[in-house]
Design a protein around this ligand. Structure first.
Ligand code: NI
Length: 161
């Protein structure tokens, strides 16, 4: 396993739509392992392949307390949403910043696992937010385009908290 370099805002790879994964080969499995390691090392709750420069429809998420319950989503697709939540959001590709974003409070996603078996996952609150945020990355969309009001420095919000 190896840490990958996280691309940051301004890098054009973050604004491009990612391509469908056709098959899971050794290279993709290595990418999944590296993305998990990179996400955990950066204390993130989610990472999409374009954030490490790979334009493939692949996302990893872990919103668990201990950070040992990863969700791997290949070719994910939001098939249902409900409700709304308005709250702070950040992104490993936009370091030091946070902004308020409105998201569905519930999301149901269809995806494929590492064996290319289809499954669905449902999430509310933080998981719903993470699912929407990461799948946006696959369309080349960053949360900064959805921020209500202004993008703030992480430090300034810490003072408010
Ligand atoms: Ni992000």
């Amino acid at each position: 396993m190896a840490l990958r370099n996280i691309r940051t805002i301004g890098d054009s790879v973050l604004n491009k739509p990612a391509r469908e994964v056709k098959k899971v080969d050794k290279k993709l499995l290595t990418l999944i392992e590296d993305m998990l390691e990179t996400m955990y090392a950066a204390n993130g709750v989610g990472l999409a392949a374009p954030q490490v420069g790979i334009l493939k429809r692949l996302v990893v998420i872990d919103v668990s307390e201990e950070g040992n319950d990863p969700i791997i989503l290949i070719n994910p697709e939001i098939i249902e949403t409900d409700g709304e939540q308005v709250g702070d959001e950040g992104c490993l590709s936009v370091p030091g910043k946070v902004g308020v974003v409105k998201r569905p409070n519930y999301a149901k996603v269809k995806a494929y696992n590492e064996n290319m078996e289809e499954f669905t996952i449902e999430g509310t609150e933080l998981l719903a937010r993470a699912l929407c945020h990461e799948i946006d990355h696959l369309e080349g969309v960053l949360y900064v385009d959805k921020v209500i009001g202004e993008l703030m420095d992480t430090e300034s919000t810490e003072e408010v908290d």
